[in-house]
Design a protein around this ligand. Structure first.
Ligand code: GMT
Length: 379
């Protein structure tokens, strides 16, 4: 199939999932066209089967806001015609599903038919999309998609609760390339460079937005390091960075916290981690938790959104109510304090991650494309 993929090209989970999906689909023989404003960060290799088409939005002094949707829909029209793209898969409803629908309508005027698959990722529904300023357009574009998927059962339920949806929503969970994530003890795992032998390594990865509750990460870590030698690895950039650096200084733990910034090599950091913290306010899936688990790292998280579908309480880690720093601390120390128990949690984390193997999940998308194309062609 010739598949057009629209996504945010950044480090956010939706862009990562879209990129990894495109790469895997290309390996399975499909021709993939990424259409976005920058080359996706995890897309380091273009090949015969993987193409990237940049959406340009020319600046014009009259525009207070640059009309990205307009430029995107025009680009989609051009690319579908030029490359004979058969199906468009858009990740994140805003504004991608809306722009794709406009492109579809423009193409129909020229006798070209292309169905749209929309994947809902989380904040496009729970935080941004349900805002009254966007809601009518988001509802419209979900209902007008030819197929809709959500990355967790919880996100599907949120979508049905928050919007008036007439379309069926298929749950296709996020996935992981297990080959890329190595378990502890791999020879190139440079633990010694990061911490002393007796120190436990705690990790957090996110875009440091308020929804991630990064202050809770620092508070839990602060409590852990009072009980045992430990270091915290913080990966990501975002609006809360300055205030968490300040929090670390106030708690006098700045020398125990390493800030890595944005990284494309999180597997290399996760391979030497002992515990992953994800205390998010809301999280439709928690791809970062899955990446940790695939590296054999247990997860201490909140129980919000779709996280309980990924992190299994008492097995791959523990779940607590949002903001319950005391419970998260208790659970973290319970896992870390006993070496035998820690080893069991690490093994379980890896085992639980196997459910999300890309070889199991990606065919679900292929089946949706095939079904959608078949239905669309008989219309
Ligand atoms: O978490 C973010 O702020 C980024 C966001 C995105 O769309 O890039 O992540 C969402 O999609 C990911 C991939 O499906 C999910 O794993 C994340 O849980 C989800 N984030 C939230 O729901 C907050």
């Amino acid at each position: 199939m010739k598949i057009g993929i629209v996504c945010y090209p950044t480090f956010g989970g939706s862009g990562v999932v879209a990129t990894e999906l495109g790469i895997e689909l290309s390996k399975r023989g499909h021709e993939i066209h990424f259409i976005t404003y920058n080359q996706p960060v995890r897309l380091d290799l273009l090949s015969n089967n993987v193409h990237y088409h940049e959406v340009n939005v020319p600046e014009y002094p009259l525009f207070h806001y640059q009309p990205y949707e307009l430029a995107l829909s025009s680009k989609l029209v051009d690319m579908v015609k030029l490359h004979k793209i058969e199906i468009l898969h858009v990740h994140y409803a805003i504004p991608h599903a809306y722009a794709a629908y406009m492109a579809k309508k423009m193409l129909q005027e020229e006798g070209v038919n292309v169905p749209i698959v929309t994947t809902l990722h989380g904040t496009d529904i729970t935080l941004v999309g349900s805002h009254p300023f966007y809601k009518p357009a988001v509802t419209f574009s979900i209902n007008k998609s030819d197929a809709v998927t959500a990355v967790s059962q919880s996100l599907k339920e949120d979508t049905l609760r928050l919007f008036d949806i007439k379309n069926e929503i298929n749950v296709v969970p996020n996935f992981i390339d297990l080959e890329k994530y190595k378990v502890h003890g791999m020879p190139d795992c440079q633990r010694g460079m990061m911490a002393k032998e007796n120190e436990k390594i705690i990790t957090h990865i996110s875009n440091l937005r308020p929804v991630k509750r990064v202050h809770d990460v620092i508070s839990v870590f602060n409590n852990i390091q009072k009980e045992m030698p430990a270091r915290l690895m913080f990966i990501g950039e975002g609006p809360e960075k300055e205030s968490i650096e300040q929090q670390c200084r106030e708690l006098a733990i700045a020398d125990k916290v390493v800030f890595f910034g944005k990284s494309n090599e999180i597997d290399k950091i996760l391979c030497f981690s002992d515990l992953f913290l994800l205390p998010s306010q809301t999280e439709s899936f928690g791809l970062a938790a899955l990446e940790a688990m695939a590296s054999g790292v247990p997860v201490i998280s909140s129980n919000s959104g779709g996280i309980p579908e990924v992190n299994i309480h008492g097995k791959s880690g523990y779940l607590s109510d949002v903001g319950d720093v005391a419970d998260m601390t208790k659970n973290a120390i319970h896992v870390l304090k006993d070496e035998k128990r820690l080893k069991t949690f690490k093994e379980n984390a890896r085992i639980e991650s196997l459910k999300f193997d890309l070889h199991t999940i990606v065919p679900k998308y292929e089946a949706i494309y095939q079904d959608t194309l078949a239905k669309f062609l008989v219309q």
